[in-house]
Design a protein around this ligand. Structure first.
Ligand code: F6R
Length: 612
């Protein structure tokens, strides 16, 4: 989603700002802008619709030198993606510029009030209100003006403000949208995402909600926007390495990340399995009162999109092997319901980015109701990681491609580990614990086998690239994988329509659509529901539908029914989703390539969804 960058120091600000915007590209955006304070104290701004390289082209024709500035990538929410709507936005005199992530909920009434006072607006955005509000509150000191403006604003924001009249500082503030300060020597950096600062400094300060930062080239000061008192903030060490966000020999991040799967599984598992005891150690949960953890008698998993499908796999695992009832909720629904929660309920939030607004709001609601709130989060130090009582990091490394693949795999692995962890403190025997952990350890090798036959999937994508509708069907552990396969295809090959269904639901409606133009993926490993899937395949075949089956190696009979077969190695039923997801991720990626689409940044999507 939108990205913010800021620089103040002794060097040319433009270089850092453009670099930072490029590193934030993965979040998804549709326009970008930059404003720089010149030596003469003029604020010079350039904006462009499209990619950062379009902005760069524009900038190359104008003088944008200066030692401080702010920049932004916008993902349109209020108003279409145009130059006028792109950030940074300015006040009437073009003396105060603002970059903003989030949504100002009361912007309409604020705008009406400001217009009555004579302020002239040029964009359709909620953000422009902030620059005019700061202008109306400005009495010579920019942080005071920002502070007073924040008191009038409702909603979610991370903002960076630069002003011509108070030129030696950049003011930032945060509420429900991430913002970090990178501390350098004689220079300081601002970004909505720590990855933008990699290579410039490894000293990071994570701003918390209701905090305002005043950043100069040699210093920074953080105050509470509520009490207005100074706050001492701890500097954290930025652990992300530059190489983690490079493409590693692949043309697209998406392929790099799919092919990283086996390594990701190893990293998520490393140091967490005690083989001889069939146990799992989860360091992140050790801080918890173990008595309370043992008494948990209900789990609610909250997550969005792909993370929600991983949660659904977790539901089946935990119920079957740990014997604890689990419900999986879409975070955007959970936050507005009246969920029944008590102190014996554990709410587990799953999030790759750790910044998803709906998931964050849900955990805050669950905390208010007294639940034990745990996180399965990939991004270290993210807001959700910090807001939960305890958690398990995925250790999947930065995920850059907008569509989530390796994080999905690692979310399921972490849920499998959690299943053993919870199960072994309840009824699960040593033998079962050992069987599960032994099989988990074999997965990287099995995944590699599937990845090595990627050319087969590529051929399938070529064969089916002219079709515009697909069903994905699965049962039990592979029902969520059917939904995931359809979601990935919709996202990455976005001119194709795809739906995921539980196999048993076909006859309740969707089967009406089947004809020879409607290929169906059947995720049918040799498991406890294989025979049921076979019946579903027969039903589709009888109606002229084409079948692409994913099944277990050695299952030759399926070739009599299916038009195409993808084989996965044998593993435990509970772990099949990790293997069946791989060819589906590959298929979506190859289809995107066939259709000539930008597979790393599909249209209309954002990596980190920090607005409702
Ligand atoms: C799909 C995808 C999204 C995310 C969802 C949650 O490929 O990436 O559906 O899974 O927006 O994001 P996180 O996991 O960051 O909370």
């Amino acid at each position: 989603m939108c990205g913010i960058a800021g620089y103040i120091g002794k060097k040319d600000a433009k270089n850092f700002l453009l670099n930072a915007l490029k590193k934030l590209e993965y979040r998804g955006y549709d326009s970008a802008g930059i404003v720089i304070l010149s030596e003469k104290k003029d604020l010079n701004c350039a904006k462009s619709v499209g990619k950062i390289k379009d902005l760069e082209k524009k900038i190359s024709k104008i003088d944008l030198s200066g030692k401080s500035g702010i920049a932004h990538t916008r993902w349109a929410t209020h108003g279409s993606p145009t130059e006028i709507n792109a950030h940074p936005h300015h006040d009437c005199q073009k003396e105060i510029f603002v970059a903003h992530n989030g949504i100002i909920e009361n912007y309409k009434s604020l705008r009406a009030d400001l217009e009555k006072l004579g302020h002239k607006f040029i964009s359709e955005t909620d953000t422009e209100v902030i620059s005019h509000l700061v202008e109306s509150n400005f009495k010579g000191n920019i942080e005071e003006a920002v502070l007073n403006s924040l008191k009038q604003m409702k909603g979610a924001y991370a903002i960076a403000v630069i002003s011509k009249h108070d030129p030696d500082k950049i003011v930032v503030a945060k509420k429900s949208s991430p913002l970090v300060i990178g501390v350098g020597v004689g220079e300081n950096f601002i970004a909505s995402d720590a990855s933008a600062i990699i290579g410039y400094t490894d000293k990071i300060i994570y701003l918390d909600d209701d905090e305002l930062g005043i950043i100069t080239s040699n210093n920074y000061k953080i105050i509470s926007t509520i009490s207005e008192n100074n706050i001492e903030k701890k500097q954290c060490k930025l652990e992300l390495e530059e190489y983690e966000i490079q493409k590693g020999g692949h043309k697209y991040f998406l392929f790099k990340e799919i092919f990283e799967g086996p390594e990701v599984v190893k990293n998520s598992v490393r140091g967490r399995i005690v083989s001889e005891a069939g146990l799992v150690k989860l360091g992140g949960l050790e801080v918890l009162d173990q008595q309370r953890l043992r008494k948990i008698n209900r789990i609610i998993i909250i997550a969005c999109g792909t993370a929600n499908y991983a949660g659904k796999v977790g539901e089946y695992m935990i119920e079957e092997y740990a014997g604890i009832p689990v419900e999986v909720e879409i975070a955007s629904e959970f936050r507005y319901r009246k969920p029944i929660i008590d102190s014996q309920t554990a709410v587990i939030a799953i999030s790759q980015s750790g910044e998803t607004a709906d998931t964050l709001a849900s955990i805050q609601e669950a905390k208010r109701k007294g639940a034990l709130v745990l996180g399965i989060v990939n991004t270290v130090g993210s807001t959700i990681a910090r807001e939960t009582d305890a958690g398990i990091y995925n250790h999947a490394g930065s995920e850059i491609s907008v569509a989530s693949t390796k994080a999905f795999i690692s979310q399921i692995i972490v849920l499998a580990l959690l299943t053993v962890y919870l199960g072994r403190t309840r009824e699960m025997s040593l033998v079962t614990g050992k069987r599960l952990t032994d099989e988990i350890k074999k997965l990287p090798k099995l995944m590699k086998k599937i990845l090595n036959s990627c050319s087969e999937i590529e051929k399938l994508a070529k064969k089916y690239s002219a079709y515009r509708n697909f069903f994905f069907l699965g049962r039990k552990y592979n029902y969520p994988i059917a939904c995931e396969g359809a979601l990935k295809l919709k996202e990455i090959a976005n001119t194709i329509h795809a739906e995921g269904y539980a196999g048993g639901e076909m006859k309740h409606g969707p089967i009406a659509m089947i004809d020879e133009n409607f290929p169906c993926f059947f995720i049918a490993p040799r498991d406890s529901v294989y025979e049921k899937m076979w019946s579903n395949m027969e039903e589709v075949k009888a109606r002229g539908g084409q079948i692409i089956a994913i099944t277990t190696e050695g299952n030759k009979e399926i070739e009599n029914l299916a038009d195409d077969v993808i084989y996965i190695p044998k593993t435990l039923e509970m772990l099949t989703p990790i293997l069946t997801a791989v060819p589906l991720h590959l298929f979506a990626a190859y289809m995107g390539i066939e259709l000539g689409l930008d597979i790393d940044q599909p249209r209309n999507l954002a990596k980190s969804v920090t607005v409702e």
